[in-house]
Design a protein around this ligand. Structure first.
Ligand code: IPE
Ligand code: IPE
Ligand code: MG
Length: 251
């Protein structure tokens, strides 16, 4: 049996949403840790540390309102361009967070999946991700995609490469290639389309996060630095989402 999420420490309860106004898949760009730390005269790494609680509060708040899938951008294929010290910190930090949170995720019924490229990623990070995936694989309350060493273009290029190999081997004919088949070569083929794309810190860009999956996502940019985010911010974004008119090309 899974345990229910703990209420937010403020005692805040989720607003009443009608079920069709709940996004099935929420993607989150967790941005602004460095600025949060800078504002306090702290090293950037202190901002990353402070951001851990925000993610896991969002997980509980997402479960409270019945979200099915949450994708968290933890490290991008472009983040290797940061200083060696920050990259090293982020690798160790991701490894430790995944390890120390896995039992809690399992108790909540969260299925953890790693989405991203193995290339360059620390073996110890991959190992922790795989342990968490294995431990939580049958859980059904919420799927948490941990996007570590993820890049949207990398994902599409890797899929195209795998598909080219399949064509070369005669397993697939070029005439068969369509969106559905192409998607089956993506890193996580069963990932549903993103309904709500959130970014903290006030930046209004996607930074290479889930381009294939977000073509019809609703975008909400939040003027809050990531360590200051909690589930109440998520619920406000879902309220905004509920006011959007999603047409998918129809008139
Ligand atoms: C997001 O915060 C965390 C990662 C990208 C890993 P940043 O580190 O990008 O913080 P800012 O954007 O510099 O404030
Ligand atoms: C996006 O944030 C990546 C993650 C949150 C992991 P960045 O801070 O790296 O993005 P840019 O550089 O501002 O576009
Ligand atoms: Mg940033």
């Amino acid at each position: 049996m899974n345990r229910p999420p703990k209420p937010h420490r403020s005692g805040a309860r989720p607003p009443k949403f009608s079920p069709e106004k709940i996004p099935g898949h929420i993607a989150v760009v967790m941005d602004g840790n460095g600025r949060w730390a800078q504002e306090r005269g702290l090293p950037r790494t202190a901002g990353h540390e402070a951001g851990e609680a925000a993610l896991f509060d969002l997980v509980e708040g997402a479960i409270e309102i019945g979200v099915q899938e949450l994708s968290a951008y933890a490290f991008s294929t472009e983040n290797w361009r940061r200083s060696p010290d920050e990259v090293k910190f982020l690798m160790g930090f991701n490894r430790d967070v995944i390890r120390r949170r896995r039992d809690e995720m399992n108790e909540l019924g969260v299925k953890v999946r790693w989405v991203g490229r193995p290339k360059r990623l620390w073996k110890s990070v991959i190992k922790e991700l795989e342990i968490a995936e294995e431990l939580t694989q049958t859980n059904q309350v919420l799927t948490l995609n941990m996007c570590v060493n993820y890049g949207g273009r990398a994902e599409i290029v890797d899929a195209a490469t795998a598909l080219a190999h399949a064509v070369q081997l005669g397993e697939v004919s070029p005439a068969e290639v369509n969106e559905k088949l192409f998607q089956s070569y993506l890193d996580e083929p069963t990932m549903r389309d993103v309904d709500l794309f959130l970014r903290s810190s006030g930046e209004m860009r996607t930074s290479n996060f889930l381009p294939w999956q977000s073509v019809y996502a609703e975008f909400v940019f939040m003027d809050v630095l990531w360590p200051d985010v909690d589930r109440r911010v998520l619920w406000r974004a879902v309220e905004e989402y509920g006011r959007r008119d999603r047409r998918f090309g129809k008139a």
